[in-house]
Design a protein around this ligand. Structure first.
Ligand SMILES: Cc1cc2nc3c(=O)[nH]c(=O)nc-3n(C[C@H](O)[C@H](O)[C@H](O)COP(=O)(O)OP(=O)(O)OC[C@H]3O[C@@H](n4cnc5c(N)ncnc54)[C@H](O)[C@@H]3O)c2cc1C
Length: 429
């Protein structure tokens, strides 16, 4: 007779105040902030660090702000490479736009491969007191009789032992697959934009670029302009991260062979940059960009959605790391307040503060983002914008602030006030 399966759910170490599923930037920031509030946090991650994560590895000043908040050493000595702005290439022009000088955000961005960036953040959460469990693949929610989530089940370690973890609140930071949200019936919204992006590393003399570089003109085989952009980010370690992202606003979305597109785009670049097969350090890899709150509600039945799990990627520029961290910090603040109240209506009221805060913070901006995404789906608009917009410095300064969501909410310049005014006027997504 076989041994009966051990049910480790009886072990008290599997219980916590809060369970955070997924230790990407969103989950790590959530767990860090929760631990700062003195809560017992379990951070469950299916992979084992260090692990590769498909990304452009680019961090805008917005992302740097959250890293600083978490006490991460963002110096070059700690493996980061700084950038001072965005270089835009299009319409036959190259334009260098420094990051804006603001009170709210630093004046530089960073690049750091996700291979060790994510581990750095997860270890920071651990240092603050969060209990990180790697090789813990969460398989589904545990529900009480009322259908509220009171924990999760997981397959743990190389033997995939089934373990049940219990907590009154669960944060789903499991990325674009959003497995936990899906298990609760929270599907993807079809009225929100979606992107696909691919990237590859190449050893390149351009690896120490001090600008994030963005190419606005990507064309399909027939020469049509595609809604998206390509990037060249120097990683500082001898390699460049080169990739492209396309939006789902045109038919090209289904028909495009992204790997081929990357090869033909890089193939037309100067040979000495070495973005060719011989200098590639690995395969082309890709993933989804869930944008503009493509998964809502952000709170339901004891579960809060953070980062890509809540479709929080910025539709203007495809940036997701900053929004994963920020939504994680927001969620953690709400959870700390909620857990200080008795279970029941008072706690639920506090938890409803999370979707509201997400709406208040990003709703108007993401609505504008949807309009933008719709517009650049028309090749004529893209073509006119690059041809007539790029040569106008003030317009480009405005565009950079808008696309990277970098304004001062109070006391900013005239451009800040126009953008903040537009965001306020737009109905929240
Ligand atoms: C090609 C590409 C390029 C990109 N470039 C950039 C860029 O340059 N800058 C930028 O800001 N953003 C970029 N993004 C977007 C960015 O990668 C994401 O928005 C960001 O990673 C979201 O963070 P997250 O913590 O929400 O999710 P993730 O980073 O996806 O983390 C989710 C974590 O959950 C874990 N997990 C998943 N399922 C389970 C489970 N069942 N149980 C336990 N753990 C689980 C995963 O292993 C992972 O560690 C890019 C995306 C792509 C695809």
């Amino acid at each position: 007779m076989t041994e009966p399966l051990q049910r480790p759910s009886a072990r008290p170490t599997d219980d916590a105040d809060v369970i955070v599923v997924g230790a990407g930037p969103g989950g790590a920031a959530t767990a860090w902030q929760l631990a700062q509030s003195g809560l017992d946090v379990l951070l469950l991650e299916k992979s084992a660090f260090p692990r590769e994560k498909v990304c452009g590895d680019g961090l805008t000043p917005r992302a740097v702000k959250s890293l600083v908040h978490m006490g991460i050493d963002t110096s070059e000595g700690n493996g980061f490479i700084r950038n001072r702005g965005l270089r835009i290439i299009g319409g036959g022009l190259t334009l260098e736009l420094p990051w804006p000088e603001l009170a709210t955000y630093p004046d530089h961005g960073l690049v750091r491969p996700r291979k060790d960036f994510d581990e750095l953040l997860a270890r920071q959460a651990q240092k603050a007191g969060a209990r990180l469990h790697e090789q813990t693949n969460v398989t589904g929610p545990v529900l009480d009789a009322a259908g509220r989530v009171v924990g999760v089940t997981a397959k743990v370690g190389p033997d995939k032992n089934e373990v049940t973890y219990r907590a009154p609140l669960v944060v789903a930071a499991d990325g674009s697959s959003a497995r936990l949200a899906l298990a609760l019936g929270i599907g993807k919204r079809d009225d929100r934009p979606m992107g696909v992006a691919v990237r590859r590393y190449f050893t390149s003399p351009r690896h120490e670029d001090d600008m994030l570089e963005s190419w606005l003109e990507l064309r399909d085989d027939a020469g049509n302009l595609l809604p998206g952009y390509g990037w060249v980010f120097g990683v500082g370690d001898g390699t460049s991260n080169v990739g492209l992202g396309i939006l789902n606003t045109t038919r090209a979305w289904q028909d495009t062979d992204y790997r081929k597109l990357l090869a033909s785009w890089t193939g037309a670049m100067p040979e000495q940059w070495q973005f060719d097969e011989a200098h590639a350090t690995g395969p082309v890899r890709g993933g989804a960009l869930p944008m503009g709150f493509s998964r809502t509600p952000h709170y339901s039945r004891g579960v809060l959605l953070v980062g890509d799990a809540g479709g929080a990627v910025n539709p203007f520029n495809g940036e997701g790391i900053a929004y994963a961290m920020e939504s994680g910090l927001l969620a953690a603040e709400v959870v700390a307040q909620a857990l200080a109240r008795p279970a029941g209506p008072a706690r639920e009221r506090a938890l409803q503060g999370y979707p509201q805060a997400m709406k208040d913070t990003y709703g108007g901006y993401y609505t504008l983002g949807r309009v933008f995404v719709g517009l650049i789906g028309h090749p004529q608009v893209m073509s006119v914008a690059t041809r007539y917009g790029l040569p106008r410095p003030l317009l480009m300064k405005f565009t950079l602030k808008l696309l990277a969501n970098l304004t001062d909410p109070r006391g900013g310049d005239a451009l800040d006030r126009v953008i903040n005014g537009l965001v306020k006027l737009a109905p929240a997504a």
